[in-house]
Design a protein around this ligand. Structure first.
Ligand code: AMP
Length: 553
């Protein structure tokens, strides 16, 4: 399939806002794709993804590099290209314009296929070390060299992981179901287990319902983690579940451990392989856990018997060099609370049974533990455990249905969370502003957005400029500097990549922002780089929280 066909299709659906129509159009388009590899690539590309999230590959092309490529092709200086971004609004449209202004001599030398684009991306992603930057620039310059203006527009958006089509995972899931005549639920389940909608599409096409049903949890392929809903009260949980399995809600970071066939891998909540960053946990798991299992749990940092703030755990996850030194400074423990695989998938078994399996495969040690659990319907007992968790420096409790299966990727009613503090929002950072006076070298205010529920589009909701320490700002400025798309005086715009957890005094209706809401007195709590942008809070949650404020008063 030609990349041109893909680009033309994208252009054709760009103006469509009805999700039903988008689903129908995508379904028609993918139904006609004969080649499996093309189908795989199209399904990922249309969501602006080059690799499925858990694959240990990434393109490794930052904004700076992309600007250099565009400078090469157009002969224009970066400042001029930035002017064009200001005028046109996105780098994709700018790329289109730059290519259309290019000399005719170089046009249409080669018809670019989707496969060719994939090959070049794969080569770029495999480059490391000295000279890799130069080679990446060369490869991309070559790619744009044979691209038409429209192809360039979507190449750029793909490289930036932002297609601006309003096509989120939900739409692609439904389109696959429709194209290959299978149930949406089945596609969803297959996706939660494989984490790869491209792969799911190919299986649905080749072997339909039966093929999808056969997809099983496998060791060393991460599974989406089961999530929790907010509980209003203990009574709610008791009414819903009768007997409730109560556990501490540890203030750390979620991990999934795959251990079998001599191999051990630890995945973060974003399903990134973080094994190398957690050597002491990995070593200790080898000593205390039986092979052939997938465990779910939380890693926490503990010093002098007290948990350290969650931010420290994430610092460990990010660390690539000097890991052992960091391990001394920030010692970790792993609390296992679930098991998904024991010589085969066990997610359909009830929690009580999984719990027994968990106990049978782990012999606890100082560092590797099983989260304590009490099954009760006594409200006072629950409150006692809640207070115990808070006194021990944790967030609150998890209230789980003892009879529930493990439902990957689901934020359902089987797991409820009850925290002591007010609910915060996890929002995508889309822009910022350089500070003044002694903070003029720091980006000191950040623009935030939530997600549109279906399309995944970013909807602005406000700015946050308080709650940061100087150290936070230094660290954040360094990170955000790498992803600046645009400068506008003191204001900068970022590639959407990071999430902030933000507290606020109140949510208000406001015409000022696209979301229709604004935050009163927002305050930075922490960087949530354990969450992917697609996991930021959605508009529906903002609306819920807004409504709840009235109930309280
Ligand atoms: P939240 O991140 O606020 O949505 O809360 C859910 C998170 O709590 C999970 O993703 C886990 O990382 C964390 N957590 C801490 N303790 C537990 C526990 N005992 N069971 C399940 N999740 C837990």
């Amino acid at each position: 399939m030609l990349f041109k066909e893909f680009a033309e299709f994208c252009e054709g659906i760009e103006k469509i806002s009805s999700t039903l129509e988008l689903t129908a159009r995508i379904s028609e388009f993918i139904k006609k794709i004969e080649d499996d590899e093309d189908l795989y690539n199209v399904v990922l590309f249309i969501m602006g993804k080059i690799y499925p999230p858990w694959e240990e590959k990434e393109l490794g092309v930052g904004i700076g590099l992309l600007y250099e490529v565009l400078e090469n092709i157009s002969g224009l200086k970066k400042e001029k290209i930035e002017d064009m971004v200001r005028e046109l609004g996105d780098l994709g449209l700018v790329s289109e314009k730059l290519i259309s202004g290019r000399s005719m001599l170089t046009l249409e030398v080669e018809e670019l296929s989707i496969r060719r684009v994939r090959e070049i991306f794969d080569e770029i992603s495999s480059l490391t070390g000295e000279g890799s930057r130069k080679r990446k620039i060369l490869l991309l310059t070559g790619l744009y060299g044979v691209a038409s203006p429209l192809e360039a527009k979507y190449l750029t958006r793909l490289i930036m992981n932002e297609m601006r089509l309003g096509v989120g995972e939900g739409i692609v899931r439904d389109a696959i179901a429709r194209a290959f005549g299978v149930g949406e639920d089945l596609v969803e389940r297959a996706y939660m287990v494989t984490n790869d909608l491209g792969k799911v599409a190919v299986i649905a096409k080749k072997s339909g319902k039966e093929g999808l049903e056969k997809i099983k949890i496998e060791l060393h392929t991460p599974v989406r983690m089961m999530l929790a809903q907010v509980a209003e009260s203990f009574e709610e949980a008791i009414a819903d579940m009768g007997k409730v399995a109560v556990e501490w809600k540890f203030d750390g970071s979620r991990v999934q451990v795959h251990y079998g066939n001599g191999e051990l891998r630890i995945y973060s909540r974003r399903l990134e392989n973080v094994t190398k960053a957690l050597p002491e946990i990995a070593d200790e798991i080898r000593k205390t856990v039986k092979e052939g299992v997938i465990l779910d749990g939380e890693v926490i940092a503990v010093k002098d018997g007290k948990p350290m703030p969650f931010q420290h755990v994430l610092r460990r996850f990010r660390r690539k060099h000097g890991v052992s030194k960091m391990a001394e400074k920030i010692p970790l423990q792993f609390y296992a609370f679930d098991i998904l695989f024991m010589n085969g998938g066990v997610i359909d078994k009830p929690l009580v049974e999984r719990r027994k399996m968990l106990q049978s495969v782990i012999s606890e040690s100082e560092r590797i533990r099983i989260a304590k659990q009490v099954i009760t319907s006594d409200r006072e007992e629950m409150e006692r455990i809640f207070n115990e968790a808070i006194n021990a420096g944790h967030e609150g409790v998890m209230l789980k249905n003892p009879n529930s299966p493990y439902v990957p990727g689901k934020r359902g009613k089987h797991w409820l969370k009850l925290k002591s503090v007010m609910e915060t929002l996890d929002l995508v950072v889309v822009g910022g502003e350089w500070g003044e006076g002694k903070r003029s070298h720091l980006i000191s205010s950040y623009e935030l957005a939530c997600l549109d529920d279906l399309t995944g589009n970013l909807l602005k909701i406000g700015k946050v400029a308080t709650g940061f320490t100087d150290e936070d700002l230094e660290e954040l400025t360094e990170m955000f500097r790498q992803i600046i798309i645009l400068h506008e005086g003191k204001r900068v715009e970022f590639q959407p990549k990071y999430i902030f957890e933000v507290a606020y005094q109140e949510i208000q209706k406001s015409p000022k922002y696209e979301s229709g809401y604004a935050l009163r007195f927002p305050r930075f709590i922490r960087l949530r780089d354990d969450k992917d942008v697609s996991e930021a809070d959605r508009l529906s949650r903002v609306e819920d929280l807004y409504q709840k404020q009235f109930k309280k008063t």
